[in-house]
Design a protein. Sequence first.
Length: 405
Amino acid sequence: MRAIRTALIGVGGFGKVHIRHLVELSGQGLLEVTAFSDINPDVNPEGWQQLLSLGGAPYSDYKTMLDRHPELDLVVIASPIPMHKEMAMYAFSRGIHVMIEKPPAVTIQDLDEMLRAQAGTSSLCQVNFQNTSGAAFRELLRIIQEGQIGDVQHVTGVGLWKRTQAYYDRTPWAGKLIHKGNYVLDGTINNPLAHLLNNCLLVAGSGNAEKSTPLDIQAELYHANAIEGEDTSCLRIRTQSGAIVHFYASLCFDAENIPSITVKGTQGEIVWTYNNTLDIRTNGSQSSSRSFATEDYVHNMYLNTLAAIQDESVVLLSSLQQCRNFVLAVNGAFESSGETHPISDAFLVRRNEGNTVFTGITGIGADVGRAAAEGLLFSELNLPWAVAGQLFSLDGYHKFDLFSS
Ligand SMILES: NC(=O)c1ccc[n+]([C@@H]2O[C@H](COP(=O)([O-])OP(=O)(O)OC[C@H]3O[C@@H](n4cnc5c(N)ncnc54)[C@H](O)[C@@H]3O)[C@@H](O)[C@H]2O)c1
């Protein structure tokens, strides 16, 4: 295997994680860092130096970088969400393979434009939904595909995390619906817990993208923090396979919970967690728990991308096409909710933590637990702050334009 000539766009933020992998993989001779780009040379001086010492040529303008290096095999795009489409399409036009951060695009029209631009080129596009790569998740899909729990009927994802105001202050697009005229739709479903939603959809279709297609959706999006976007959400998605996905997420929980997906089939039940574990109970058998060795999921994504570039029989773990269902679900959730509903102060707790502030929703852990157990949305639980969303059909849906003026 030859070393894959690689460039990185976005050196700060999550780019730091990518730099760690670029250092490791170049040390193993699997790739070489040809170039890198960031508009801000001061954003991560240590990472900048590491990339220079690997032989990478620095650029402030990513287009100039891609133009000057026709020898590039792969570009890793770790820039802010609204820039993904333009950057990926520019790489496709030069026949360069792409590994792009999630979400690949914000709107379904942008995603479709990217897919059209990719078609007819030889560029692969891996979306860094790294939670698709763990051994437990691959095993979950295998068990479901083998029919060990019968037909999948219900998929329930739960993700409860804690984020303080510092999280929203870290970058100008955090918590925004629109930033500099472009959609961001930042929030639980499109950003921090996007992995959970994406995996729920994959499970609903047993790993088959067509079967995972969302048909209609009912969603409720809320914010307890002073943001435009959402920090708390619940979704009900009916998919092509017949499986119903329920998804619950909040960043206003006063602890860090391990996100999980419960899959109920006609003949058993499986619980998967972000920690690479599975609990399996098939009808008539004892439940069994399986823990898989700790893995670096982003490392897995790199290995899969590098292998697919060299060998066309290798299937990408998370292709751009496969992520279309995720973008549809996110757009549909906003259409259904209509807006992000503020939660009144009466139901919130605010606390200074260091030099930032945490805003929590009183009782959110127990309420999510009850909603998930009963397959209900927050409004159906009659929570005093909840507002029902409309049932929104995604049949033929091809354009998101909810918040344009
Ligand atoms: N896979 C994961 O688990 C994970 C985790 C965190 C973030 N992310 C994703 O990573 C992406 C970046 O998020 P972030 O929080 O690091 O964002 P950020 O706002 O911190 O930006 C990342 C970097 O991009 C640079 N940048 C901005 N405009 C640029 C341009 N035109 N050309 C080159 N560089 C540019 C910024 O200077 C910054 O260094 C998002 O898509 C986010 O969803 C993924």
